[in-house]
Write a protein that binds this ligand. Sequence first.
Ligand SMILES: Cc1cc2nc3c(=O)[nH]c(=O)nc-3n(C[C@H](O)[C@H](O)[C@H](O)COP(=O)(O)OP(=O)(O)OC[C@H]3O[C@@H](n4cnc5c(N)ncnc54)[C@H](O)[C@@H]3O)c2cc1C
Length: 376
Amino acid sequence: MDAVIVGAGTFGASLAWRLVRAGERVTLVDQYEPGDGRASSGGETRLLRCAHGPDREYPLLARRARALWRELEQESGERLYVECGLAWFAHREDGWEAESERALAALAIPCERVDAARLYPSFRADDLVFTLLEPEAGVLRAQRAVRALAAQARRHGARLLRARARPDGARARLEDGTCLEGDVVVWACGAWLPRLFPGVVELTVTLQELLFVDGGPAWRAPGVPAWVDYDRARYGTPDLDGLGVKAAVDEEGPEVDPDDELRCAATTEPRVRSYLAERFPALAEAPLRGARACRYELTRDTHFVAARHPEHPAVWLVGGGSGHGFKHGPALAERLAAAFEGAPLPERFGLGPRAPSRSMRTAGAAASAGRQGGPA
Ligand SMILES: Cc1cc2nc3c(=O)[nH]c(=O)nc-3n(C[C@H](O)[C@H](O)[C@H](O)COP(=O)(O)OP(=O)(O)OC[C@H]3O[C@@H](n4cnc5c(N)ncnc54)[C@H](O)[C@@H]3O)c2cc1C
């Protein structure tokens, strides 16, 4: 099979790695170097967790992806996944966390209720009913992982091209006029997908901030788990690689153009600080170490897009990571490779209108309500 893949983020680069290792001929095209900070996959770190409320499909996808990231580590000799665990802070006995606990237990994926005060150097739990720990969740070194995927794909024989492409019927046309054809032509173009396929792919592109504070040695990974407060749409990671403790508001930021320059004004700092003061009092006054901006490419229901183009059977559209897609890259690539041979993909990844539904990312009810500045 000849495969042309446009977009070397987690979805495209994972697919290139998967196909070329299966003996297929692969051309991987990106307008930037893999891991560039303008791509959603270009951040330093991304969470890997299996809990997705009552959902049973994403946990299995994430679990499979964990094994494949480990395989990439073996192959590349790089340490890409830090299994520091991840704690879910539950405000209700019958919420997202309890549903996750039941789903993970049924799938034999480890999780347990713990005393969170033992996990963190400083912790306040007055508003929590329990804490659910996923001990085998953790943090991926995302940018390095994407670079490793592309490098390993190249090592196995994939051709990597740096160029901007646009669709031309079933082909990919590069700026210099070159046309690329394949048995499959996959567009895994992140936030740029709706512009390339107007009326076919619908995504909202928003600006998201990530803040890093200096917590000192006590907060370093892997000794401290990552955390998610789903109902309050807040999450963070321990200090990995000296970046500082990451803390973010997972409410949808302002809509942006994918080609706009990414500037981080740290507008979420007051809300991040107020959360840190409540939950991790020792971090309340921790100096700001850094701030980053990144783009979400959101479907209405936060389920991914992975589907054949309605008019061109060889063309596939893949994206809509919706703030939780990174971890799944290598596992979704396996599903796509099988789909090229005729296996079905989940219907909910199809094109067409989507009804808004509960967020699969780390944001519960507060997610959209907080757009443009909600409560702390
Ligand atoms: C702040 C933030 C936090 C997140 N946290 C997590 C998390 O903790 N865990 C998690 O699993 N996920 C997380 N995500 C989501 C995850 O990062 C994304 O869903 C995922 O990286 C999207 O990957 P992608 O391959 O679809 O897109 P991208 O990584 O954006 O890759 C698309 C690529 O296509 C290229 N491209 C686009 N158009 C063209 C063209 N015309 N020609 C050539 N190349 C083109 C781009 O240059 C880019 O490299 C987070 C995202 C953000 C922004």
